[in-house]
Design a protein around this ligand. Structure first.
Ligand SMILES: [Zn+2]
Length: 342
């Protein structure tokens, strides 16, 4: 049984109250991406007593994350801990009365519906457009509200997307941006910004959970210039939107032409290789083998192999591979077959 006393300060807030608190305790939230935005929203939602939180992230903690990703520490970076697991460890010490589930996975069209359905709210902690379109497809298809957020440099934005009520992400951003946009890996990002955007996402998620009215705006903030721009999007539904008007879910459809070009990570000299067929490598054996040709670091979740200073290859338990040190897909694949084999 939960001790409601720990939530007394938010129960005293009349728009939440005891009734709202009980709703939190019985709610389920999925957070996609446990980086700068995801760590902030997860922290607030766990402290607020949201009963079940699923954290989904494919990456491991690195030293350059610590400037803004508030749940991690130097040990996590040193050990190359998966972000979802490091966050779960930290959060379960903050509130042991809620369930935090860590899922180490790259969310994609094969697993998105399985990973994101059965939740009351989805929170966007991703750093790329394509995953947001994917979240949007699942959310619209299954009628799940989600909170979009983005932050780069000193500029951030957020909005609430309620399928059937508000415009969807594809209504707002009909054209998929091509090529490598500005990302936090190319032009940086400020920690107070991600804290602010992640916090706004958390409060919008909390409002959805208690049934309060959501912010109807696409909010844009520049924390360096201290400027705010609100765009009322409540009338912004596109009556010809492929997703919410025609229920054509291109980002869940392997045959869609929109699928092709997005196999690599953007803007960070990293290529991800996923395999259609499921494979679960024997990480212990693999680490032993790789030790002969380079530096190897491993834990129960992954093996990180560096054949030289510039390159490293991370092999996850689910068979997924990240090649760091290049953004050339062909070169990444050849490095993989050179060192790991098929
Ligand atoms: Zn739409």
């Amino acid at each position: 049984m939960n001790d409601l006393g720990r939530y007394s300060r938010q129960i005293l807030f009349s728009k939440i109250g005891k009734e709202g608190q009980l709703k939190f305790l019985n709610s389920r939230v999925a957070i996609v991406g446990v980086g700068a935005l995801g760590t902030v929203s997860a922290n607030h939602l766990v402290r607020s007593g949201v009963g079940y939180i699923r954290l989904i992230d494919r990456d491991v903690v690195e030293l350059s994350n610590l400037q803004r990703q508030t749940l991690f520490n130097e040990d996590d970076a040193e050990l190359h801990f998966p972000k979802a697991v490091a966050a779960q460890k930290r959060l379960s010490k903050i509130n042991s009365n809620v369930t935090v589930e860590a899922v180490i996975a790259d969310i994609n069209l094969d697993n998105a519906e399985e990973l994101l359905t059965g939740f009351d709210v989805i929170v966007d902690g991703t750093d790329n457009f394509i995953t947001r379109y994917l979240i949007n497809d699942v959310a619209v298809k299954h009628g799940i509200p989600w909170v979009h957020g983005a932050a780069v440099s000193s500029r951030g934005m957020f909005s609430v997307i309620k399928p059937g009520i508000s415009p969807c992400y594809r209504c707002l951003f009909p054209n998929v941006p091509s090529g490598r946009g500005e990302t936090c890996d190319t032009i940086g990002v400020l920690s107070p910004l991600t804290d602010i955007i992640g916090s706004f996402q958390a409060i919008e998620a909390m409002k959805i959970l208690v049934g309060a009215e959501s912010n109807p705006n696409l909010e844009q903030i520049d924390i360096w210039d201290t400027s705010f721009f609100q765009m009322d999007i409540s009338q912004g539904k596109n009556t010809d939107c492929p997703a919410c008007a025609h229920h054509q879910f291109d980002f869940l459809d392997r045959s869609s032409s929109l699928q092709e070009a997005y196999t690599s990570l953007c803007g960070r000299d990293t290529v991800q290789i996923s395999f259609r067929d499921k494979r679960e490598p024997d990480l212990v054996k693999l680490a032993e083998k790789l030790k002969r040709t380079g530096k190897v670091l491993g834990n129960t979740f992954l093996v990180r192999f560096s054949p030289n200073e510039e390159t490293s290859i991370v092999i996850f338990k689910d068979g997924r591979v990240l090649v760091h040190g290049t953004n050339d897909v062909v070169k990444a694949k050849s490095l993989y077959s050179q060192y790991i084999g098929n």
